[in-house]
Design a protein around this ligand. Sequence first.
Ligand code: CU
Length: 153
Amino acid sequence: MRHRTVLTAGALTGALALAGCSGSGGEADRAALSVSSSYMPQPVSADMAAGFLTITNEGGARDELTSVTSDAAGQVTMHSTVGGAMAEKSSFDIPAHGRLVFRSGGNHLMFEGLKRAPKQGQTVTVKLTFAQSGPLTVEMPVKSATYNPSTGH
Ligand code: CU
């Protein structure tokens, strides 16, 4: 009798896990990341530029952006802006079913030691590395120095 109860519980757990998986497209227990709205305002400085993008996680597990690199810069650092002051961070959390947003006035990427001056109309290749998911490569378009994503120019 006791043995039979254990078997039933095991079968039930398996069925629930399967249902959870198919119900969310198989992404229930891992992150599913995509990048949108990326751009770099054409830098006014010869050796430093900012970059912005949005990382969307459609998966059921959190992830973490742990580093950013670019062929156009010696180093890319990640910054948050809190109360008008910016602070370098070594990682950014990406919540399950959530977004990580880098935008003007908030979180931003800083490209330091530029190897060439990015000009409007060009793209800069940016590689994003995560704690759990595989890396993503983004072709970040260079926009005008005063580009505003909400107006598109
Ligand atoms: Cu900064």
